[in-house]
Design a protein around this ligand. Structure first.
Ligand code: AMP
Ligand code: MG
Length: 404
């Protein structure tokens, strides 16, 4: 049986970043950048005023204060988007606004609140404060220099990065494609939500749950019809899904029962199984294999096992496929409020609820069929085989939802 880390390593050795595509910045939120971007311009592009006020030569007003104001002659006005077509000389000032290009010759801006109209001469402005040289001036290139790296390949395109890219004039970026992930659910006991309940049948829930996780990992989920437990149905379903998707994620049918057809159907199709079984709980039976240039992730059917193996083994592959540098789940250091005990022989990823203060409780019983405690949880704690982690210990939580 493979250790989790070895299993992930084997998956990542095969799932490589796909060819990127060019997309408008307007649609880039959450995508993975496939190119390192160098700023084509200085940002700000020109020296400009940080405030509404008057551009002046600081040395002219060094004696100004409230009791003995100094004055300067108003020679112009730079509205947003304009420039001052001249030069500020000694004894002169120019009306400016936040973002106005600095008029040549001026070396400071006095905020409007520190000025007054001159009592008798409307062409003069009175200054009640002495500016320091370059006060309230924003300098060309102080934010970003032309030629500086602003975002790197493999980074996620966040709202802040969209702001920065837009500010330097970039409208399109190369981003990793979003993989289309086919979702199959096997099991003759499964019925669609909304169908008439019948004895022995259960509502299928893994496809929608995994679709939600896939979408959050940046993939495009595609849901396929339920697959009854026969060799022929399983094979046909895999074939259809592979034809239409980049990767296929199935749930159920990977254990040792005689009704578990995923492995044999995959082999029948010509798929090459890379490994089966990972030494974790929940989720020991887990199949990874390759069919042509595509991949099968065969998850166990128990909902919590499917959820956890998706997060630990499928999600990294989806991130890698998109070219992400960071492929693991976010982690958080947290203090255990409950003792977590794993009497078993395999490491156990236990469901926990971490609150905003970092206090972490068990979310309840840990059976792999128990959706109630999964729904309450927002993270997992990796508890080694045969070990107890006492209340009060600091642990690393793999966080898939925000702290509660
Ligand atoms: P299997 O891995 O096929 O042996 O299924 C293990 C358990 O998970 C059984 O109790 C199944 O009924 C249940 N199960 C399998 N697939 C699903 C599904 N898609 N939705 C809900 N429960 C499922
Ligand atoms: Mg089954």
């Amino acid at each position: 049986m493979l250790e989790l880390e070895n299993a992930v390593e084997r998956i990542l050795a095969q799932v490589l970043p796909a060819k990127p595509e060019i997309i408008p910045l307007a649609e880039a939120q959450g995508r993975i950048l496939a190119e390192t971007i160098v700023s084509p311009v200085d940002l700000p592009g020109f020296d400009n005023s940080a405030m509404d006020g008057y551009a002046v030569r600081a040395a002219n007003l060094s004696a100004a204060n409230t009791r003995t104001p100094a004055s300067a002659r108003l020679v112009g006005r730079v509205a947003a988007g304009d420039i001052f077509d001249g030069e500020v000389r000694d004894g002169e000032c120019v009306r400016v606004f936040t973002g106005s290009a600095m008029p040549p010759g001026a070396d400071a801006v006095v905020i409007q609140e520190d000025t007054q109209p001159h009592p008798e001469k409307p062409e003069l402005v009175s200054f009640l404060d002495a500016p320091k040289p370059w006060e309230n001036v924003r300098f060309r290139g102080e934010d970003v220099k032309r030629g500086a790296i602003i975002v790197r390949a493999g980074e996620e395109i966040t709202a802040g990065r969209i702001g920065l890219l837009g500010a330097v004039g970039i409208t399109n970026v190369q981003a990793g494609r979003r993989p289309v992930v086919g979702l199959l659910a096997t099991g003759s006991e499964l019925i669609e939500g909304g169908a008439q309940p019948a004895p022995g049948k259960i509502f299928e829930s893994n496809r929608l749950m995994l679709a939600a996780l896939a979408a959050r990992a940046g993939a495009i989920p595609r849901i396929f019809p339920l697959v009854p437990d026969t060799a022929a149905d399983t094979r046909r379903a895999l074939e259809t899904a592979f034809a239409e998707c980049d990767l296929v994620v199935s749930s159920g049918g990977v254990s040792v029962g005689e009704m578990d057809f995923v492995k044999t159907a995959f082999a029948d199709l010509g798929g090459e199984m890379d490994f089966w079984k990972v030494a974790i709980r929940p989720g020991r039976p887990f199949v990874f294999g390759q069919w042509q240039a595509k991949f099968l992730f065969g998850l166990p059917g128990n909902p919590v096992s499917a959820f956890v193996t998706f997060l630990l083994l499928v999600r990294p592959a989806l991130r890698r496929w998109q070219g992400a540098a960071e492929i693991g789940l976010p982690t958080r250091a947290a203090v255990l409020a409950d003792t977590l005990t794993n009497p078993g022989g395999r490491r156990h990823f236990m469901r926990v609820i971490t609150d905003v203060r970092g206090q972490t409780h068990s979310s309840g019983a840990n059976g792999s069929h128990l959706l109630g405690s999964l729904a309450r949880a927002n993270g997992l704690v990796d508890v080694p085989a045969g070990q107890t982690i006492p209340a009060g210990a600091t642990v690393t939580v793999l966080q898939w939802e925000r702290p509660a």
